[in-house]
Design a protein around this ligand. Structure first.
Ligand code: MG
Length: 252
């Protein structure tokens, strides 16, 4: 649990991550290379004196250290998209996931967008994950259980007839990017980890239009839908307080 003073100390990290994602969204366009987006995020990290949570990241499921500061998941890529030499094409659905540490505190956030001419089904999918994120945040109140957050997210996916992959979900955030508790994207209301003031965690719904199964790209990181269907992913880092959830990574 974080004290109110610690939660205040986490605000600059949240604000910085929000600023980087805002800049990346503005820079995303047809013809822009994923490596340029990574370079932009890297430049902002250096200018801010922040630290990347990704560049040296090497968990058990990663083939090698990530080596970039940003995840760029395009179209059938759902999560952990490793930026590569690719120019965005008209209608691409892009999810940008960014985490950084400022003054020793981490914030983690993601957004999805379409460059160029959108397909309606992609806009609908993005709206769906955003609705799920809002529903999850609304359930993140003291006295509830983590299952209430999970159930709120899962209900949104099911309302659209989508399956839910629970292999990856939200996570506790603090001095490091991934801690307890786990925040599954589906679950049973009233069950699980008790939510108390001072708990800080990331909520990150990600849905795919077809299958709920993923595979790892030969790059060793990027997770793609097995049927090639498109995916969207959004995320905020939030803090539970006595007066409700604070969205630390809120964008203006
Ligand atoms: Mg993230």
């Amino acid at each position: 649990m974080r004290t109110p003073a610690e939660i205040e100390a986490m605000r600059p990290a949240g604000k910085f991550v929000a600023e980087v994602l805002t800049a990346l969204a503005a820079a995303s366009d047809v013809g822009v290379n994923l490596l340029e987006l990574d370079a932009l995020a890297h430049r902002m990290i250096r200018e801010r004196g922040a630290e990347s949570c990704y560049i040296d990241y090497h968990p058990s499921f990663g083939a090698m250290p990530f080596g970039k500061v940003l995840c760029t998941s395009v179209n059938d890529a759902a999560l952990h998209g490793l930026p590569f030499d690719y120019e965005l094409q008209d209608g691409d659905l892009v999810s940008l996931d960014f985490a950084a540490s400022v003054d020793g505190w981490v914030a983690d956030s993601a957004l999805s967008l379409v460059v160029g001419t959108p397909r309606q089904e992609d806009l609908d999918l993005i709206e769906l994950v955003e609705t799920a994120l809002k529903a999850g945040i609304a359930a993140a109140v003291a006295g509830n259980k983590m299952g209430d957050v999970s159930a709120a997210i899962g209900a949104v996916a099911r309302s659209a007839g989508l399956g839910i992959n629970t292999d990856f979900g939200g996570h506790g955030v603090g001095h490091t990017m991934h801690g307890d508790p786990h925040v599954p994207n589906d679950g049973r209301a009233g069950r699980g980890y008790p939510l108390k003031p001072g708990l800080v965690f990331a909520i990150e719904p990600w849905f795919m239009l077809g299958t709920d199964e993923i595979y790892t790209d030969p790059d060793g990181w990027t997770l793609r839908s097995v049927d090639g269907s498109r995916a969207a992913h959004v995320e905020h880092t939030i803090a539970i307080t006595k007066s409700g959830p604070i969205v630390l990574t809120a964008r203006d």
